[in-house]
Write a protein that binds this ligand. Structure first.
Ligand code: GLY
Length: 482
């Protein structure tokens, strides 16, 4: 066995999937996950390190002599974790510098950049003045009043935890979105500017790549399921008023059903390669790490054409949880190649069989909060905000946490259970009790199965997830069905 140690910075299921991938490398002896979750300590060679600040992470890496750090989420990256590590003389950290995260942290600047270099994007305008933005949306809807498909998407410029895009169906929607983002500052300072783009109609695709700033390697893709509920749930629960909000993802599977070689090559040639190359040539920034292109694939004159809706500086979650288990190439070697600028020497090999992931999430609150002593609850993003029964739909709305999870040890070993929002229970003295695991978030865990066919993976996943239980647990029934 090799002796390398790795620190993965992430607290969710993506972080566990990255850690799992490193742990498979024969060169790696230990994988630390910070802040991590209970599941980070249940995987072979892996251990949760519940530290949160960048300073603590720098000190941890120095003290333990960690060989390589890999950063998952955009928050730490845009807070400058890579810059801080570099300043401390720690160069072996995979991820873009704070300056390079502008690709995610400013929608407006990124649209200008993509426009400048000729990468296909929807028609767009940026505004920092709400009156000018209102005038523009009024004129747009007036000009297109006879075209019901002429619509806008209003986006907060800055980071908004993936929630800052509002898809509009009318002038009223667009004015409401401007009010919410720029006046009420629902997403805080992220709403100082807005990017307003014309809504495109097509098929959405999340496209992930690894890059050392010069060579770009596409990862395999995953089919994702964003709405919180499947059609069956919505039909039988009409009293919820048809509310079916988008989530970060309720599951997925890989390989992707319709991304073929021709389309992949077109996306690389028209979008990905020019973005990385011109970012270096025009902005002087060598991007190292993961890039995630949110694309709309539009059918035009019999051709499939990709348009960039957004760029993120991280892997998608839960997509990473079904993609990374298929990677056969040693992830430690791949990460070293990114750091050393020799990704051109790497060829990614993939297991052709299916991985299918079902996210189990915290369900709705069924008892009043008063009765539920000892139970944490959340309304929207804020603990203890005013409770509204119409929004009581479970994750991504209000949900209970701190519920014991059982049955994890009964799951078929052909499946992997990546934890998203879990923690170890504590005894009366406050000591961690590693035998008891509790829910601690909306998305709790993802069960990932493997199958020679999609059907086989689906059957295994749905059989095994029934063994896991926590109060008000729920999941979609249609992952891999459509
Ligand atoms: N699953 C979507 C995201 O990670 O943003």
């Amino acid at each position: 066995m090799g002796g390398a140690s790795v620190l993965v910075v992430d607290k969710g299921g993506r972080g566990n999937a990255i850690a799992w991938c490193f742990a498979r490398s024969p060169q790696v002896e230990r994988v630390y996950v910070a802040p991590g979750n209970a599941g980070s300590s249940l995987m072979e060679k892996c251990e949760q390190v519940p530290i949160k600040s960048i300073g603590e992470m720098v000190r941890f890496v120095e003290r333990r002599g960690v060989d390589l750090t890999f950063v998952g989420p955009e928050g730490y990256l845009s807070d400058g974790i890579v810059n801080r590590f570099h300043r401390a003389g720690l160069r072996r950290i995979v991820g873009p510098t704070r300056e390079a995260t502008i690709l995610e942290s400013s929608k407006c600047d990124t649209k200008d950049f993509l426009h400048e270099i000729g990468v296909p994007i929807p028609e767009y305008r940026n505004f920092s003045d709400v009156e000018e933005a209102r005038k523009y949306v009024r004129e747009f809807y007036e000009e297109h009043r006879d075209d019901p498909r002429a619509n806008l998407v209003v986006k907060a410029d800055g980071l908004a935890a993936g929630k800052g895009s509002i898809v509009c169906n009318s002038l009223e929607d667009a004015l409401y979105a401007l009010d919410l983002i720029m006046v009420k500052r629902f997403f805080g300072d992220a709403g100082r500017r807005v990017d307003i783009e014309r809504r495109l109609y097509g098929r959405e695709l999340m496209f992930f790549v690894l890059t050392d700033g010069r060579t770009v390697l596409p990862l395999e893709a995953a089919m994702d399921y964003k709405p919180a509920y499947d059609e069956w749930d919505i039909r039988i629960r009409r009293y919820w008023g048809g509310i079916n909000p988008n989530t970060g993802g309720m599951g997925g599977y890989s390989p992707h059903p319709w991304l073929d070689e021709g389309l992949r090559e077109k996306i690389m040639r028209r979008v990905v390669v020019p973005t990385v190359r011109k970012f270096r040539e025009l902005r002087g920034l060598e991007y190292r790490g993961v890039l995630y292109f949110g694309l709309m694939i539009c059918e035009e004159d019999g051709e499939q054409n990709p348009y960039v809706l957004e760029i993120n500086v991280r892997m998608g979650d839960p997509e990473a949880q079904v993609i990374l288990p298929r990677l056969e190439t040693d992830f430690y070697e791949v990460s070293e190649a990114i750091l050393e600028g020799r990704l051109n020497e790497v060829r990614l090999r993939w297991d052709p069989t299916y991985r299918l992931g079902i996210c189990a999430v915290s369900g709705r609150i069924v008892r009043s909060i008063g009765e539920d002593r000892g139970t944490d609850w959340f309304y929207g993003g804020g603990r203890g905000e005013e409770y509204d029964e119409r929004m009581n739909i479970g994750y991504p709305g209000p949900h209970i946490t701190s519920q014991p999870i059982t049955g994890l040890e009964e799951v078929d070993p052909r499946c992997i259970v990546f934890h998203n929002g879990t923690e170890f229970a504590r005894d009366e003295k406050g000591n961690i009790d590693r035998r008891r695991i509790l829910t601690s978030g909306g998305r709790v865990l993802t069960l990932v199965s493997r199958g020679e066919t999609l059907q086989e993976a689906r059957e295994l996943a749905y059989r095994e997830i029934r063994k896991i239980r926590f109060r008000n647990m729920r999941y979609r029934w249609d992952i891999g069905k459509t």
